[in-house]
Every structure is written in C-alpha cells, then in structure tokens.
Design a protein around this ligand. Structure first.
Ligand code: MG
Ligand code: MG
Length: 249
C-alpha cells in the first residue's frame, strides 16, 4: 500500500531531506585523493548526530555504517573501509539516509575524485540528467512507470545501461515503502501518481551491461563486467500537481 503524506508530514520530511543534503555538501568538500571511505563515514555520522538526526543505514539489516560508499565498478552498498583510499581519477557514489522526527530522507550522489576523464564525466552527467528526467514525470495523473521509462530512455540514449536488480522506492516513516520504482520499463504502467506521494528516485547507470553481482560480504554490489557505474538519488514529494525535491538545500 502506498502511504500518502499530509502537508505537515511532507514538511517533516523536508527537514530530514535538508539534513541529508547538508551531509552531502560536507562529503563534496571532503572527497579528494588520499581520503578513505571510512573518513567520509565518520564525518557524516558525526554531522548527522550533531543535527539530532539518526543515520538510517547503520544497523539496517545489519549494515555496519552510516553511508554507503561505492567506488568505480561498485554500483551500490559499498561498506566504508580504512583500506579504501580514494585515488585521483576515480569516482565514488555516496548514499546517505537519515531520520529526523520520525521521517526519512534518502539521497545519493556520485562524486569525481580529483580530475576524471571526459568519458567518466559523461557517465556522471547523463546519470544525473536521467534522475531529473525521472523526477519531471512525478506528476499527478502520470503512472509510476512514466518515471521508470524516462530514466531508462535518457540513460540508454547516452549509450549506457540501467541496473535492473535494484530500484527506487516510496519513503516516509520507513526508508523503504511501497511502491518499488524500477529505472526501466514501458511507460503508462503501475499506480497513478497522486499528491502526497513521497518517492526516492535513484537511477544506477552502468557504462557496460546492466548485470551486477553481490560480493560474498552480502552487501557490495559490483557490475559483472567491472565497468564503472554511477548512482544519483533524490527524495521527492508530489505537492499540488508536481514534484518537489526534499533532499536539497
Ligand atoms: Mg539511498
Ligand atoms: Mg534509496
């Protein structure tokens, strides 16, 4: 069942979204060669706790950290580690979730480490654009898969593939609520979109094939062909007729 949110509840979600956006600003400043993903996790966790926010990922189904930190061919759910040192020319996808006053915000961004190649920059740009193409479709009267289709079309027009095995989701008092939001598929399917829906839209876009595999740690998701992948996510609410991004400043 899709839980519709009142205006007041969406305002509460906006507070959670703002803290997540601020945490991303912090990450953006910290990402540089020599920094470890552990350092990023510690910084984000300290920041969230100082804002009276609760890291949403820590302890979620046993996940051991406050951020997911996914380097290069890691698609999502990378576990921060003192051994993972950021290198010039790499990319790192950082996913952050936080609860404030009982509501969740969830947002991911892929950051360049130092100077990256034009090919990799294009992957990042196209994935971010695909996110916004999806967000544009989060309108009253559209159907859920209009979001999915817009994301897929933009990513594939750019020459990339979209991951099938992981999807976006409804969000609210729980981090993961109905509906699931695939990043692929034909338009015009699924539930009609309504005011009060809150959705985490999150394309994962690969340079090679869309196939992924989960490593033996049961978390880390890599592309099967080890080509690189990007991940951009916003938490969005439908207010009035259209989308409002909650995980922004
Ligand atoms: Mg996320
Ligand atoms: Mg999410």
């Amino acid at each position: 069942m899709i839980i519709l949110k009142s205006r007041d509840e969406i305002e509460a979600m906006r507070a959670a979204g703002k803290v997540v956006a601020q945490a991303h600003e912090l990450v953006r400043e910290l990402v540089q060669p020599g920094v470890t993903t552990w350092d990023l996790d510690v910084a984000v966790e300290e920041f969230l706790l100082k804002q009276n926010a609760t890291p949403a990922f820590k302890g979620y189904q046993g996940f051991p950290a406050s951020i997911c930190a996914s380097i290069n061919e890691v698609v999502v759910h990378g576990i921060p580690s003192k051994d993972d040192v950021l290198e010039e020319g790499s990319i790192i996808s950082v996913d952050i979730g936080a609860f404030v006053d009982g509501f969740c915000g969830d947002s991911a961004w892929t950051y360049p480490v130092g100077k990256i190649s034009p090919e990799i920059q294009d992957l990042l740009t196209t994935t971010e654009e695909a996110l916004f193409k999806g967000i544009e479709q989060a309108r009253v009267g559209n159907r859920l898969s209009d979001i999915s289709h817009a994301v897929q079309r933009h990513a594939e027009e750019g020459g990339y593939s979209v991951v099938r095995d992981f999807v976006g989701h409804g969000i609210g008092r729980q981090m993961h609520e109905a509906p699931q939001i695939p990043n692929f598929g034909p338009p015009g399917r699924g539930p009609r979109l309504k005011a009060g829906m809150a959705l985490a839209i999150e394309p994962m876009v690969n340079m090679g094939s869309y196939h992924v595999e989960v490593l033996p740690d049961n978390w880390t998701v890599k592309t099967r062909d080890r080509k690189w992948s990007a991940h951009f996510e916003h938490t969005v609410a439908i207010i009035g007729e259209g989308p409002v991004i909650l995980t922004t400043l």
